[in-house]
Design a protein around this ligand. Structure first.
Ligand SMILES: [Zn+2]
Length: 188
C-alpha cells in the first residue's frame, strides 16, 4: 500500500456538533469496558490499542484483511501506521476534512457540489457560489468524507469504505453518551 493509504482514518462522532464530555477518563473506561479499546499507548494523546471486541464492532470489507494491531518492531517511529484508537476533544466545533480522497460537500439548496468551498468558508458557514445560499458547516452533506464536532473517536489505518462501524457499536456509544453517533473517513 502507498503511504497515502496508511494515513487514512475512520472517525466516529456525536451527531450533535456541540456535544462534549465532562469526563473523558470515564468515557475511556466505558470504551474499555465494551472492549473497543484496550491498553493505553500514550496518555497525553489519548491513544489506545484496539480491544478484544474490536472486530465485532468494525467490519472490514473483503476477505482476510491485513490489519496491523501493533507497531512494526522494525519501524523507526513506533506510533505510525497501525490500527489504533485515539480520542479527540476540542473546545469548539472542529472540522476534520479529508486532504486526500476529498469530496466536495453538497449544497442543501441547489444540490450541487461546492467545489471551491475552502474559498467560500467562514469558521461556521460555507456559502455556495452557485446559488449564494449560506449553510452551517455542520448541516452540509460531506458525503462521509468530513465531519464537524467537538468529540471524535479516530480509528487509524482505515482507508475510506474499507471498514464500516457496526450498528452494535453505534448503539453502545449512544447508550454511553445518550446521543446519536455518525461516522466518516478522512485521509491526511
Ligand atoms: Zn447552492
Amino acid at each position: 500500500m502507498s503511504k497515502a493509504f496508511n494515513q487514512c482514518s475512520l472517525y466516529l462522532r456525536p451527531a450533535r456538533h456541540d456535544f462534549t464530555l465532562d469526563d473523558l477518563e470515564l468515557f475511556t473506561a466505558e470504551l474499555r469496558n465494551i472492549q473497543l479499546i484496550s491498553k493505553t499507548i500514550d496518555k497525553q494523546s489519548n491513544s489506545y490499542y484496539t480491544g478484544d471486541n474490536y472486530l465485532d464492532y468494525i467490519a472490514y470489507m473483503g476477505c482476510a484483511p491485513n490489519i496491523k494491531f501493533k507497531a512494526d518492531p522494525n519501524s523507526k517511529n513506533n506510533n505510525e501506521n497501525f490500527c489504533q484508537i485515539t480520542l479527540h476533544q476540542y473546545k469548539s466545533p472542529h472540522l476534520i476534512v479529508s486532504q486526500k480522497q476529498a469530496s466536495a460537500p453538497l449544497c442543501p439548496n441547489c444540490k450541487n457540489p461546492i467545489r471551491d468551498w475552502q474559498e467560500n468558508k467562514t469558521s461556521t458557514t460555507i456559502q455556495c457560489p452557485l446559488c449564494s445560499n449560506t449553510t452551517n458547516i455542520n448541516d452540509l452533506n460531506w458525503r462521509k468524507m468530513a465531519g464537524c464536532a467537538q468529540l471524535f473517536i479516530e480509528i487509524s489505518d482505515i482507508f475510506p469504505k474499507e471498514a464500516l462501524p457496526q450498528q452494535s457499536l453505534l448503539d453502545k456509544l449512544k447508550d454511553i453518551t445518550n446521543t446519536d453517533w455518525l461516522y466518516f473517513y478522512s485521509c491526511r
